[in-house]
Design a binder for this molecule. Structure first.
Ligand SMILES: CC(=O)N[C@H]1[C@@H](OP(=O)(O)OP(=O)(O)OC[C@H]2O[C@@H](n3ccc(=O)[nH]c3=O)[C@H](O)[C@@H]2O)O[C@H](CO)[C@@H](O)[C@@H]1O
Ligand SMILES: C=C(OP(=O)(O)O)C(=O)O
Length: 437
């Protein structure tokens, strides 16, 4: 179990470049299974979850070559499908959430796809119904071995396009169904599709490989099946969750930080939502400049004067992955805000640690927390804590950097799942952080 030691209370300054997006990378890496031709991917983040998926692809027989930092070539021309029945696969497949997205491409190309119950954050129930109902709609048979928690879909005679209305706009579910449908016979229509930038990027990549997907960016995708896909080159967008994390970090440590090359057009409601906490965000070309908030920041109220409420929603709503960060930043705002995490039922429990540090938070129920900001009249107190999930982990790290004294954060593997070389990058803007084991 890794540990960070953080000396908080220092202002930071400088430029920080976001890594490639974790959740886009996981989709894009699975898509390399859709063709026997070479696929080159750039801006792949060097983080635990992505490296686990690359290693799974390697074990599956994908030929992988590192071309440079973040750039890899993949060739799925001679796969070892027997690996899917092995104990090693059960271990590899259950190590992260993103592995679920190998099922769609395998089903499309080889008529069968398997996966053990995938891992990922323990932030509440994480059902897979949308994925498998989608495959069944396309004509696959489905089985689930409860003892082994092992899922399988098969379609020896190929998949057939169909109209489907998804029960939930599931992010990985939509990606999986799209990848299964690109080579199905006929037309597939997916309504209530998720439309995060991750999916827009996946569809853009698939279209460059010869797929025929229209409606990209909307919740209605129409896919005309093609018989085969070719190779391509794709570059992953900057990670919007990292960008939000650095906005929060800058505000809470009263630091002047420039976040470079953010791809602003793809940030949706992220800048607007941080502005609701009173944070100044200046767009400078494609960079974000956050001035030092030496006078603090004040929570806005709604037009009718009612208390600010920040909640998550499927894209283009505000992403649930940034709510923990919004919450921690609110602890030092001027004013109060209700944080409502609608999607996940166990993602707010980390507020206990913030309360230990002196934050004023009422956890109303598993989904809602009221935060009464300190307006920097009292700083958070350093403490020892453990990172329960990736986004709570980075939020606790931000809290520790703003706190007076030295904090210790255990279980930092959770943070390493999604943030590349984080201590070096934070040190480069002046943070006092050490990895101590
Ligand atoms: C690897 C990856 O890409 N992980 C992301 C992906 O996970 P993932 O794709 O697993 O998440 P889903 O989009 O399937 O759903 C997440 C949760 O939200 C609920 N739900 C979902 C859609 C909806 O319309 N209503 C609703 O209530 C689901 O029941 C579930 O509990 O999307 C989540 C939601 O943005 C993010 O937190 C994860 O970081
Ligand atoms: C919840 C997340 O990741 P995963 O779906 O991989 O657990 C996340 O990236 O915030």
């Amino acid at each position: 179990m890794g540990t960070f030691q953080i000396e908080g209370g220092h202002q930071l300054q400088g430029k920080i470049q976001p890594q490639g997006a974790k959740n886009e990378a996981l989709q894009i890496l699975c898509a390399v299974l859709l063709t026997s031709e070479e696929v080159i991917i750039n801006n792949i983040p060097d983080i635990i979850d992505v490296n686990k998926l690359i290693s799974l692809l390697d074990n599956l027989g994908v030929k992988i070559q590192k071309l440079g930092k973040g750039s890899y070539s993949f060739k799925s021309d001679e796969l070892n499908l027997d690996y899917l029945q092995s104990e090693q696969f059960k271990k590899d497949g259950s190590g992260l959430r993103g592995s679920i997205m190998i099922v769609g491409p395998l089903l499309a190309r080889f008529g069968k796809g398997y996966i053990p119950k995938p891992g990922g954050d323990k932030i509440g129930r994480r059902r897979l119904d949308t994925h498998f109902e989608g495959f069944i709609n396309l004509g696959a048979s489905f089985r689930y071995n409860k003892e082994e928690r092992f899922y399988g879909v098969e379609a020896p005679n190929g998949l057939k396009g169909k109209y489907m209305l998804l029960e939930e706009a599931s992010v990985t579910g939509t990606a999986n169904i799209v990848m299964a449908a690109v080579m199905a016979e006929g037309t597939t229509t997916i309504y209530n599709a998720a439309c995060e930038p991750y999916l827009q990027q996946l569809c853009k990549m698939l279209n460059s490989m010869g797929a025929k997907i229209s409606g990209v960016g909307s919740n209605l995708l129409v896919i005309e099946g093609v018989t085969a896909l070719s190779g391509c080159e794709h570059t992953i967008l900057p990670d919007m969750i990292e960008i939000g994390s650095w906005i929060g970090l800058a505000a809470m440590t009263k630091s002047e930080i420039t976040i470079t090359n953010v791809n602003w057009e793809m940030l949706g409601l992220i800048p607007t939502t941080f502005k609701k906490l009173g944070i100044t965000i200046e767009r400078r070309g494609d960079d974000i400049f956050i001035p030092a908030h030496n006078e603090g920041y004040e929570v806005q109220s709604f037009i009718d004067g009612s208390i600010m409420n920040i909640s998550d929603a499927p894209w283009p709503g505000f992403t649930p992955d940034l709510l923990s960060i919004i919450l921690v930043v609110a602890t030092q705002a001027r004013g109060s805000v209700l944080i409502h995490q609608k999607m996940f039922e166990s993602r707010l429990f980390f507020v206990d640690k913030l309360i230990d540090m002196g934050a004023k938070i009422i956890l109303c129920d598993p989904h809602r927390a009221t935060v009464i900001g300190h307006d920097f009249h009292s700083s958070l107190k350093a403490t020892t804590m453990s990172s329960p999930d990736i986004r709570a982990g980075i939020s606790l790290l931000i809290a520790a950097l703003s706190a007076k004294g030295t904090s210790t954060i255990h279980n930092i593997e959770q943070i390493d799942r999604g943030y590349e070389d984080i201590e070096a990058r934070l040190k480069s803007i002046g943070a006092k952080i050490e990895r101590i084991d």
